[in-house]
Design a protein around this ligand. Structure first.
Ligand code: NI
Length: 162
């Protein structure tokens, strides 16, 4: 188990476009495991590789209440979106802040798993929001630039950060 340092807003790496993964080698598997450990340790529901300083198109997500249903996406691409949801969003790279963002309410995403086998995941609600947020990270985009009315300080004890 290895916890990696989470890069924070202002760090140049968060604004760069990540590169496609060509093959899953030992190094990438270590990265994926470390990303999962780092996300769970930080009580996040999603983490993208650039958030730990690695410019590769890798995302981990777990929106389950128990935190025992990890989803690993390599080279994820949004195929379809539908509807709209407007709600609060946070990010492990923007600690203590939250902002309101409008996202699709449904997304269909194509990605590759650790065996480089293609799969499709469909999500609504929080999962859809999380998929969009994390894929934005791979393109160097932060939610802070998409808020309806800027950032607020987190006041609740528990806030989901993705
Ligand atoms: Ni984030």
């Amino acid at each position: 188990m290895a916890i990696r340092n989470i890069r924070e807003i202002g760090d140049k790496v968060l604004y760069k476009v990540s590169k496609e993964v060509k093959e899953v080698d030992k190094r990438l598997l270590v990265l994926i495991n470390d990303m999962l450990d780092t996300m769970y340790e930080a009580n996040g529901v999603g983490l993208a590789a650039p958030q730990v300083g690695i410019l590769k198109r890798v995302v981990v997500i777990d929106v389950s209440e128990e935190g025992n249903n990890p989803l690993v996406l390599i080279n994820p691409v949004i195929l379809e979106t539908e509807g709209e949801q407007t709600g609060d969003e946070g990010c492990l790279s923007v600690p203590g802040k939250v902002g309101t963002v409008t996202r699709p309410n449904y997304v269909k995403v194509k990605a590759y798993d650790k065996d480089m086998k293609e799969f499709v995941v469909e999500g609504t609600g929080l999962l859809a929001r999380c998929l969009c947020h994390e894929i934005d990270h791979l393109d160097g985009k932060l939610y802070v630039d998409q808020t309806i009315d800027g950032l607020r300080n987190v006041t609740e004890d528990v806030e989901e950060e993705i």
